[in-house]
Design a binder for this molecule. Structure first.
Ligand code: S3P
Length: 167
């Protein structure tokens, strides 16, 4: 085919609700690559993420997350990282050599996406907590990303086109 072959892995980062899983799935299908969602892989191996946070705490979750991310980044796949994966120094080092897309989203667009959700970090705080977490992590996303896309008012198809057009 005349579709250019993208270098893999391609990695999606960004805050909770930015669309990393939805976009990653469609991007993977569109370039014919496997899709890896690190949160799903963690849940398959260790059980639901809320339960990990409840029983073992965030610190333990980050250790498990790093293990799964380290493994995933060696695969020729489209990879969606959990929103906090960039907190780990080794993960940021690994991302330095890879194509990384930062999916951005406004607070008003993300609020309905997160409503009624099960994310432990938003259990008591909602959208204000989400915004505070984003501000704390913004420099980390900025430091690892090759480019960013605002997903607030774009269709998934359009976002996928923007990503494939960029690389
Ligand atoms: C987290 C984001 C979640 C999940 C966990 C912690 C975070 O992933 O890894 O709840 O610290 O931002 P999503 O970004 O896929 O929601």
């Amino acid at each position: 085919s005349d579709t250019p072959r993208l270098a893999l892995p391609i990695v999606l980062v960004g805050p909770m609700g930015a669309g990393k899983s939805r976009v990653g799935q469609r991007l993977a299908a569109s370039v014919g690559a496997p899709f890896v969602d690190t949160d799903l892989r963690i849940a398959e191996r260790y059980g639901p993420i809320e339960e990990i946070f409840d029983r073992e705490g965030e610190e333990y979750f980050r250790i498990v997350e790093r293990e799964v991310v380290d493994e995933a980044l060696r695969e020729e796949a489209v990879i969606s990282l959990g929103g906090g994966a960039v907190l780990h120094d080794d993960t940021r080092d690994d991302l330095a050599g890879l194509p990384v897309v930062w999916l951005q989203v406004s607070a008003s667009a993300v609020a309905p996406r997160l409503a009624g959700g099960t994310r432990p970090l938003l259990a008591d705080g909602g959208i204000e907590r989400w915004s505070a977490i984003l501000e704390a992590r913004r420099p980390l996303y900025e430091s690892v990303a090759d480019f960013s896309i605002d997903t607030s008012r774009r269709s998934v198809a359009r976002i996928v086109d923007d990503i494939t057009g960029h690389f």
